[in-house]
Design a protein around this ligand. Structure first.
Ligand SMILES: *Cc1c(COP(=O)(O)O)cnc(C)c1O
Length: 341
């Protein structure tokens, strides 16, 4: 039985699980022979539970569960100005009665009005978070910790989540998702050869790899396209986080570098900077499936997957599952990129 016992970890509920797995039939018809016999599926982690939905909700179920269990009343997190994680932390905090503060850096070289104030940034205010905007090079986590100390001195109980919510406790959300995928795969009678995701703060890939290993399956089933760090740094981060997560799930189990499959060649010039592959992927998925990828993460990752499918890098007959991780508000922040291209 492909299951994981996570009952000892406190958890809140922010999305309807299991999220559906669907075949990409319209995209398949469009690609035709270019598919090289690969069967593409998506896991709909973009479906809105709370706050517009996205992969961070799975991490926040465990992060806010731990915060609640320890009596916290306030949560603080960090991210880029258009962070999906920050937006979903604000929403999940509002949903479960925590005060929320966000330390957001202007780390992406975009200064237009849509990037500065639309998309996720608009929603942060709507969800009632207190937002601190910082220059790109600011030490946001250091400032968040200092703010937490100030609030604690005033009698508040504060929890600080790292970038992307990718602490070992946050990664449990995607370890649980690995078990969820394996049980859906058994029900569908489809054996996935690859589970593909974007890699930003590395917690999604790390959690999937840790969950697979804890269940006794090959962690290389999980594969990611890096969009934030360069390939070697992303691989190092993902391995560290997977092992820290395994220390909670299956103490004594360790992954080695060869068990983490990462491709960094579709990141483009850097985090949050559009690429032609991303723009094509977002448009193609929208027009052939009516589904929305995002410009920063899933668009680049799906662009990488499309490139590799066309290049024959996936085997004919393989079923490949792409995790739709959300991030739809980012489209509104990148209006200029879609309009120009
Ligand atoms: C954060 C994010 C990712 C990447 O997840 P990590 O766990 O940070 O690697 C992928 N897609 C979207 C839309 C995200 O917001």
């Amino acid at each position: 039985m492909d299951s994981l016992d996570l009952a000892t970890f406190p958890r809140l509920s922010f999305l309807a699980r299991p999220t559906p797995i669907e075949p990409l039939e319209g995209l398949g018809r469009h690609l035709g022979a270019a598919l090289n016999g690969v069967r593409l599926f998506v896991k709909r982690d973009d479906l809105a539970g709370v706050g517009g939905g996205g992969n961070k909700l799975r991490k926040l179920e465990f992060l806010l569960g731990a915060a609640r269990a320890e009596g916290a009343d306030t949560v603080i997190t960090v991210g880029a100005l258009q962070s999906n994680h920050a937006r979903l932390t604000a929403a999940a905090a509002a949903r479960s009665g925590f005060a929320c503060e966000l330390f957001l850096t202007r780390s992406v070289p975009r200064t237009d009005a849509d990037y500065a104030g639309n998309g996720n940034r608009l929603l942060d205010d709507l969800f009632g978070a207190r937002v601190h905007e910082l220059p790109g090079e600011a030490d946001s986590l250091g400032l968040a910790e200092a703010r937490a100390e100030t609030l604690r001195a005033e009698g508040r109980r504060v929890y600080v989540f790292p970038s992307g919510g990718s602490s070992p406790v946050g990664c449990l959300g995607y370890a649980a998702c690995a078990a969820e995928i394996l049980s859906q795969s058994a029900e569908m009678g489809v054996d996935f050869a690859h589970i593909v995701t974007a890699n930003g703060s590395a917690g999604t890939h790390a959690g999937l790899a840790a969950g697979l290993a804890a269940i006794g399956r090959d962690p290389r089933l999980a594969k990611s396209y890096a969009v934030l760090a360069e390939e070697s740094e992303a691989a190092r981060l993902t391995l560290d986080k997977a092992n820290a997560t395994l220390a909670l799930l299956a103490p004594g189990t360790h992954l080695t570098p060869g068990q983490i499959a990462i491709d960094g060649s579709h990141r483009g010039r850097g985090y949050g900077i559009p690429t032609p592959g991303m723009l094509e992927a977002v448009r193609l998925m929208a027009r052939t499936e009516g589904l929305l990828l995002d410009p920063v993460y899933s668009g680049k990752a799906f662009g990488g997957l499309l490139h590799d499918v066309r290049a024959g890098r996936y085997r004919p007959g393989d079923a490949v599952l792409f995790v739709m991780t959300g991030g739809v508000p980012g489209i509104f922040a990148y209006k200029g990129a879609f309009a120009d291209a």
